[in-house]
Design a protein around this ligand. Structure first.
Ligand code: AMP
Ligand code: MG
Length: 472
């Protein structure tokens, strides 16, 4: 069976100072762990060919497919607010781009593909845990209807990688609208490469926002996309965990799943990442961090906007985030309460009153909203404000034709629960992929009533995962 991928590599045609040509570094003994047949089909790839010996070699980085022009992308970024002038793909290689069945350009990238000129002290590898975690969580995000990079395949390398202990290595095949980040723009402007900046801007406009006019139009489009994305995250209790500017996609997809997590008990100040000591990337901070990152994008684009004289106009574009985000949040949370159509005055207040009670009770975010959708008790009934809230909510629902349907479509029954993700990883390390299969299957239809009970259950006190690790 031969694997044929119709590559068309537009990024590789950009000036070569944007990247380093770099083939993936072969691994000892590739072993197929997962292939995403649905996504393969979407991309016009044959899942059986991907799973063949030749396909496996391509997915492991042991063979460069015909038409692939492997490269490591250059980027810079602010990590936890601190400037790092050179990051780049230290453990990832872009194989190239394909045009999918719907005519959309998609990147194919191997993550964990070995050292590149951007690896600094790192080994360029990934271990099985983060690879399967990204696979499960990014696919769940997609099934939840939120923009995200996707996972096409996971392969074991047959090699161990040294972290705190020796762990089995793996490679993820990631699919994205592009892997261009805010930090990609920062990289060029930090080198005073205005010509490069201009080429990148044109590339991104043509690729992601063809209707945008010039750098200001691009900024406007990215602001709008991020406002939608972050409101979407908030609506499902997602915490990215490392919203550094190098982990913010200009295409508006969720990217770089590290110590991310969906929260169990609702707490607006929730932080999972073991490295986020100040809580910079806590749940409730995500909108303002997005604004901070977008300001970095704006300042990178300034040289193309006419310099300092453009600051007031660029600032205005960034300030629009607040209204766009609020509107998107209102829309999402109104639907979570069963309100169809544009939110009415008072809807946000109703949502906030419920969230306040949930925070006080530490109520499970997912299950509380799903209970409303399924007409079951939320567990908040004994709280002092609940009866009044419920009366007001019921009154507002009176004009709604089918609130249950609206709520069922907005309140997932299942999310990738941290404790289940951790269990899945433990099993996979021990060679048992059954929990991975079960988890990915259960998360394919998160809004279905048929979602399994074991994944609906909130963790018990001794099961709850409170810390997640970058675990590269
Ligand atoms: P991340 O925390 O995934 O956003 O990565 C931040 C930077 O560290 C990026 O430039 C990565 O390419 C790099 N990096 C992370 N892990 C490794 C690794 N194992 N080897 C080389 N570079 C890495
Ligand atoms: Mg990153």
């Amino acid at each position: 069976m031969t694997l044929s991928i119709a590559f068309d590599n537009s990024y590789a045609r950009l000036p070569d100072r944007f990247f380093a040509r770099q083939a993936p570094v072969p691994v000892a003994a590739p072993q197929l762990l997962a292939v995403n047949a649905g996504l393969a089909d979407e991309l016009g790839l044959d899942p059986q060919a991907l799973a063949s010996r030749e396909g496996l070699e391509v997915l492991a980085g042991n063979r460069v497919a015909e038409g692939s022009e492997p490269l490591a992308q250059a980027y810079a970024g602010h990590q936890f607010g601190g400037w790092v002038p050179r990051l780049g793909d230290g453990r990832a290689v872009l194989l190239g781009e394909v045009i999918d069945r719907q005519g959309r350009r998609r990147d194919l990238q191997l993550k964990g593909a070995g050292r590149t000129p951007f690896s600094r002290g790192g080994d360029g590898r990934a271990w099985l845990g983060p690879v399967l975690r990204e696979y499960v969580v990014s696919e769940a995000m997609h099934a939840l209807g939120l923009p995200t990079t996707r996972a096409l395949a996971a392969v074991g390398t047959g090699e161990m990688v040294q972290r705190e202990t020796a762990l089995p290595g793996a490679v993820l095949t990631r699919v994205a609208a592009s892997h261009i980040r805010v930090g990609t723009f920062q990289y060029l402007v930090a080198r005073n490469d205005i010509e490069g900046l201009s080429a990148l801007t044109e590339h991104v406009i043509a690729r992601h926002y063809p209707q945008a006019e010039g750098p200001m139009g691009l900024l406007q489009a990215v602001v709008a996309a991020q406002a939608q994305l972050i409101a979407g995250w908030m609506s499902v209790g997602f915490i990215h965990g490392v919203m550094n500017t190098d982990n913010m996609s200009v295409a508006g997809e969720t990217i770089d799943y590290g110590p991310c997590a969906f929260m169990d008990g609702y707490d607006p100040g929730k932080v999972f990442s073991s490295i986020d000591l100040q809580g910079r990337y806590a749940y409730a901070n995500q909108p303002q961090i997005a604004v901070w990152n977008l300001a970095q994008l704006a300042s990178s684009l300034l040289p193309l906007m006419g310099g300092e004289s453009a600051i007031p106009a660029a600032t205005e574009e960034i300030e629009r985030f607040a209204d766009l985000y609020s509107a998107a949040w209102a829309q999402r949370f109104a639907a979570k309460l069963g309100f169809s159509g544009p939110p009415k005055p008072g809807d946000c207040g109703l949502a906030q009153r419920l969230l306040d009670q949930m925070a006080r009770a530490g109520a499970d975010f997912t299950n509380t909203f799903r209970a409303l959708a399924e007409g079951r008790p939320t567990g908040l009934e004994d709280g002092k404000d609940y009866a009044a809230w419920q009366a007001d909510w019921q009154a507002r629902l009176a004009d709604e034709p089918d609130p249950q349907a609206v709520m069922r479509a907005a309140n997932p029954a299942v999310i990738p629960r941290n404790h289940q993700v951790e269990r899945m990883i433990e099993a996979a390390v021990a060679g048992d992929m059954a929990p991975f299969e079960r988890l990915t299957a259960a998360l394919e239809q998160p809004f279905a009533d048929s979602a399994p009970a074991w994944l609906r259950e909130a963790p018990g006190p001794d099961e709850e995962v409170t810390r997640t690790f970058c675990g590269t």
